[in-house]
Design a protein around this ligand. Structure first.
Ligand code: PNS
Length: 161
């Protein structure tokens, strides 16, 4: 069984992430979306919220599972018997850091491959941070994130002033 993992912070998930997850689900028997539990990073959504949002938005994809992890991605991959790491590449600017991570992960476990997928052009400028920034400043983020995330971001930024 070919199992791939899509790792990320997903704080929050964007339509760019969802596009990669849906396309990856057609290429593998199972895709595990792995949400990074990162205590040192100031996340806007809790790990439980990020997992829940992903579960709600991937419910139609039968071979997609949502999980969370902390520590090394490679250790999570081994635990899940997964062979492939899926990463979305938006632009050349993503490449250097992604290559570093891919090579480090390969050094840690030679049996695990990283596969890069090109983000759909309509989402190529998207990132969770830029979406949060625009929402915080009152800009329109419609169509860039799932509707429930859009509502939640608007609500949180309004309450926060
Ligand atoms: O969405 P992000 O924040 O760009 O995702 C980064 C992620 C989660 C893929 C990366 O930080 C990661 O794999 N972290 C786990 C710790 C780890 O394995 N580090 C060594 C990788 S070289």
């Amino acid at each position: 069984m070919r199992i791939a993992v899509c790792p990320g912070s997903f704080d929050p998930v964007t339509n760019g992430h969802l596009d990669i997850i849906a396309r990856a689900s057609k290429m593998f028997d199972k895709v595990i979306v792995a949400v990074l539990h990162n205590s040192s990073k100031n996340s806007m959504f809790t790990i439980e919220e990020r997992v829940e949002i992903l579960k709600n938005n991937c419910a139609d994809l039968e071979n997609v599972e949502i999980d969370s992890f902390s520590g090394l991605l490679i250790d999570f991959m081994e635990l899940k018997n997964a062979q492939v790491i899926i990463k979305g590449l938006r632009a050349v600017s993503d490449f250097e850091y992604e290559m570093q991570m891919a090579l480090m992960n390969r050094k840690l476990n030679q049996n695990i491959e990283t596969v890069f997928m090109m983000t759909s052009s309509k989402y190529s400028y998207l990132s969770s941070s830029i979406v949060k920034e625009v929402a915080r400043l009152g800009g329109c983020i419609h169509g860039l994130v799932p509707d429930s995330v859009e509502e939640e971001l608007i609500k949180r930024f309004n309450i926060g002033g």
